[in-house]
Design a protein around this ligand. Structure first.
Ligand code: PMP
Length: 410
């Protein structure tokens, strides 16, 4: 048979799946591996879709999505984040934030263009860049700098071939965020370079400390920014597959062209549910966020007390503890923890080379599950330490024996 597309053939499978497959073959596993809310979609949102079926709203919508939904998105973005977008020309409703990632890259990239990606980063960016013919170029983020993007690193990474930078704050997997002051230092560099800024803001509503800031709130660079957002995380609507893109009118027009040919229009019932979410779902966001925050406080306190250095994330539902003190690699840590204590977490390396030394834990699970997982983790670390001590003692005994033999020979 003839070879298939070489880029697709060489894509690496997601490093997260392996652990899900292993975990799902075992009984009694507590998973801190999942990347989606444990809450079900609030019923009033589901009900809006149910009612739409009774009303026969089972047809395509406009390519960009229902105008009412776009108007609601515009109102919501203005009220919540101070962002101004025209519902007629600057908003496209997509099949999840995931389609947004694909549309942005397909629309911007010419073969060989470089796209700056932060390492560690969300798993879907690199494949999307490669499939669009681009070349990912990495900037390493460090725990010491709270996983923020620094201006000197940005300036160093930009070349004449750079087309865009992919940002995601609050970040999956690190939970890192960027403040207004952090972004202000990047703005002159971004403006001068004229590169596009793709900002995945899917966790914007899950910002616990301080305000959420979008790079598009800086007027100087607003036209360079494409915002990806959606309903999955904020409203616990992962299965509805609904997101949206906010950008300048010319970019929005081009992305709508791609969307029109590959999707036509996002699912109609999901769009109707999303209108209800934006009109009446803000209290739901606040309730869920409060619960996530409580869990975050618990998990971070426990991890740090166990000696796994963990930055307290200002957003998302992930923590990214440093596990180097165990002497294990990220992969060894995850496999051994799963096999011996039945707790599933994801190795940092699933999110990039510089995720080594970390694991990602999701706290999108109940407080009881988190407590039990932390108890098991504590046992795991104690046993690991005992094993290390025993090995150390054994090698000391070994050396002592050799010294005796040597002494006797002398
Ligand atoms: N971006 C990030 C950073 C994510 O974590 C996810 C989901 N895990 C997505 C995008 C995709 O979200 P959606 O369900 O809207 O496609």
């Amino acid at each position: 048979m003839k070879p298939i597309n070489q880029t697709v053939e060489h894509l690496k499978p997601s490093g997260i799946r392996k652990y899900f497959d292993l975990a799902s073959s075992m009984e009694g596993v507590i998973s801190l591996g999942v990347g989606e809310p444990d809450f079900d979609t609030p019923w009033h949102i589901c009900n809006a879709a149910v009612e739409s079926f009774h009303e026969g709203k089972t047809h395509y919508t406009a390519n960009r999505g229902l105008l009412t939904l776009r108007q609601e998105i515009a109102r919501y973005s203005k009220e919540r984040f101070g962002l101004d977008y025209d519902p007629e020309k600057e908003i496209v409703v997509t099949v999840g934030g995931s389609e947004g990632v694909d549309l942005a890259f397909r629309t911007l990239i010419n073969p060989g263009d470089e796209v700056i990606v932060l390492d560690p980063n969300y798993v879907a960016y690199e494949p999307a860049i490669l499939m669009a013919g681009g070349k990912p170029v990495y900037i390493t983020l460090s725990q010491e700098n709270d996983f923020k993007l620094l201006p000197e690193d940005l300036a160093r990474a930009i070349t004449p071939k750079t087309k865009a930078i992919m940002l995601n704050f609050p970040s999956n997997p690190t939970g890192g965020t960027m403040s207004r002051e952090d972004y202000a230092k990047l703005v002159p560099i971004l403006k001068e370079s004229e590169i596009y800024i793709i900002s995945d803001e899917i966790y914007a509503e899950l910002t616990f400390d301080g305000e959420f800031v979008s790079p598009a709130s800086f007027d100087e660079i607003k036209d360079q920014v494409i915002i990806i957002n959606g309903f999955s995380k904020a409203f616990a609507m992962t299965g509805w597959r609904l997101g949206y893109l906010l950008s300048s009118a010319p970019l929005s027009k081009m992305m709508t062209k791609v969307h029109q040919f590959i999707i036509m229009s996002a699912p109609t019932a999901a769009q109707i549910a999303a209108i209800e979410a934006l009109e009446n779902g803000i209290p739901d966001i606040l309730t869920m966020r409060k619960e996530y925050e409580q869990r975050r406080n618990l998990i971070c306190a426990r991890l740090n007390r166990m000696g796994l250095k963990t930055n307290v994330p200002k957003g998302t539902f992930y923590v990214f503890p440093n596990i180097t003190s165990t002497g294990l690699s990220s992969d060894e840590f995850c496999v051994q923890l799963l096999e011996s204590k039945k707790v599933a977490v994801v190795p940092g390396t699933a999110f990039g080379e510089h995720g080594e030394g970390h694991v990602r834990m999701s706290y999108a699970t109940s407080l009881d599950n988190i407590k039990e997982a932390m108890n098991r983790l504590e046992e795991f670390l104690t046993e690991l330490e005992l094993k290390r001590q025993a090995e150390l003692n054994a090698s000391v005994d070994e050396i002592a024996k050799e010294v005796v033999i040597l002494a006797e020979e002398i």
